[in-house]
Design a protein around this ligand. Structure first.
Ligand SMILES: [Zn+2]
Length: 421
């Protein structure tokens, strides 16, 4: 997450802390100090928050290390004031695996709570419940409550919180994956509304959790829809084959004529038959202002570009299109340019596929396979820009610890009307 500081590395996973977290620490310390007029109380507040987030890190490690057993790496764990965020490179799309990964985090807290409970029982007998629950309870008892609260809150079935992932996984065992996701997201957004309303009256930090649940859920639903719709379609079925190309010596004015003529936005540049560059619309506009319309295309085109193979799956090409600067991917085989794949034409494919799917018609472009199979074969490549966020929001004892999560770094990006993580 942008602007976060690395504080360490556990089990090969970098742990970051967001600067706003320090504001939370300072705020809690100050609030405790002002309440009790005692520096020791202020320090105790800070220690409580640090211990709390230590527990959150262990919770996140529960997810991350379980995901690792399924071959899924975790990019990093970030501590935000609203909780921890483990960014898995992908969410397992095999339902039972998602179920296990989602349960692993709360399971860590269950184990810790049980251990503390056992320790307390062996130590001095079980304290009366009222004493344990009291605000003035001992530190160890507070940690017991923290663990219990983390389990209870995270198991609320508000997708994409842990409980919501459990729900999606259970639904996906019976339903089509897209339908299961949409149902889980709808239920999650219902909870988001409740969180938002409670936030207005109880704890304003709940409003930020509501926003997070709402947005992250919608993003993941969009992602799943796209992956499923694009699964099993080879590039050559959907690429544009009717397009204009330019020569390296052509003036930019020729490209302008083509753009105005409505042919396309980005142009492949061919030297004889060889693809030597891509003239992107943005570069064209910038160069026109700087150098004038007679400038040869070769001076402006991008020579460093990625291509697609006609036989590869659209899903894989789509990932590269997302990463690249250009909105057009030339489709090349044996050095020959066969077609173009653009963000716009993929949006058309999605729209058509989705329409057919909702009408329960056979798929238009790919083999007509169940979406379950289609999603099984796709995986999100590391280093792409589709990070999956696993929020762990928890309303904690005393109402501490909820603040906005930053969507800046991984925010939704519009693409053909779908928002993506
Ligand atoms: Zn969790």
């Amino acid at each position: 997450m942008g602007g976060s500081w690395r504080i360490g590395r556990i089990a090969g996973i970098d742990v970051y802390v967001h600067p706003t977290f320090l504001i939370l620490l300072a705020w809690v310390g100050l609030a405790h100090y002002l309440e009790h007029h005692n520096p020791a109380e202020g320090l105790a507040g800070v220690v409580f928050i640090l211990a709390l987030f230590g527990i959150v890190v262990l919770h996140e490690l529960g997810h991350a290390l379980t995901a690792r057993r399924f071959g899924i790496r975790t990019r990093d764990i970030t501590l935000l004031p609203i909780g921890g965020l483990a960014r898995l490179e992908r969410i397992p799309d095999v339902p039972w695996q998602e179920l296990v990964v989602a349960l692993a985090g709360p399971a860590v807290n269950v184990v810790m709570a049980a251990a503390i409970y056992l320790g307390l029982m062996l130590g001095h007998g079980i304290a009366p419940i009222g004493e344990t629950l009291g605000v003035g309870g001992r530190f160890v008892e507070q940690m017991f409550l923290v663990n219990v609260s983390l389990v209870l809150f995270n198991m609320i079935p508000a997708f994409p919180m842990d409980g919501g992932r459990v729900l999606r996984a259970l639904l996906a065992m019976r339903l089509d994956y897209v339908r299961a996701t949409k149902a889980a997201v709808a239920i999650g957004q219902g909870f988001a509304v409740v969180f938002g309303l409670l936030g207005l009256f109880v704890n304003p930090l709940l409003i930020f959790i509501a926003l997070f649940v709402w947005l992250a859920g919608a993003q993941e639903a969009g992602l799943v829809t796209i992956r499923t719709a694009l699964g099993g379609i080879p590039v050559q079925r959907v690429m544009i084959t009717d397009f204009r190309a330019l020569g390296p010596e052509d003036p930019l004015s020729l490209a302008v004529n083509h753009v105005l003529g409505g042919f396309q936005q980005d142009f492949p540049v061919l030297d004889e038959d060889r693809l030597v560059g891509i003239l992107a619309r943005n570069d064209l506009a910038a160069a026109l202002g700087r150098h004038g319309p007679e400038t040869p295309v070769a001076e402006v085109m991008q020579q460093d570009f990625v291509t697609a193979d006609p036989r590869e799956m659209v899903q894989a090409a789509f990932e590269r299109l997302q990463v690249g600067h250009c909105r057009t991917l030339p489709v090349v085989q044996h050095g020959r340019l066969l077609g173009l794949l653009t963000a716009d034409n993929l949006a058309e494919v999605l729209l058509l596929q989705e329409t057919l799917r909702e009408a329960d018609r056979p798929r238009l472009f790919g083999m007509d396979r169940s979406s379950r199979q289609a999603t099984d074969e796709v995986s999100i490549v590391p280093g792409d820009r589709v990070p999956i966020q696993r929020p762990d929001a928890g309303s904690l004892a005393g109402g501490r610890g909820r603040e906005p999560s930053s969507f800046g770094a991984d925010g939704p990006s519009d693409w053909g009307g779908h928002s993506m993580l």
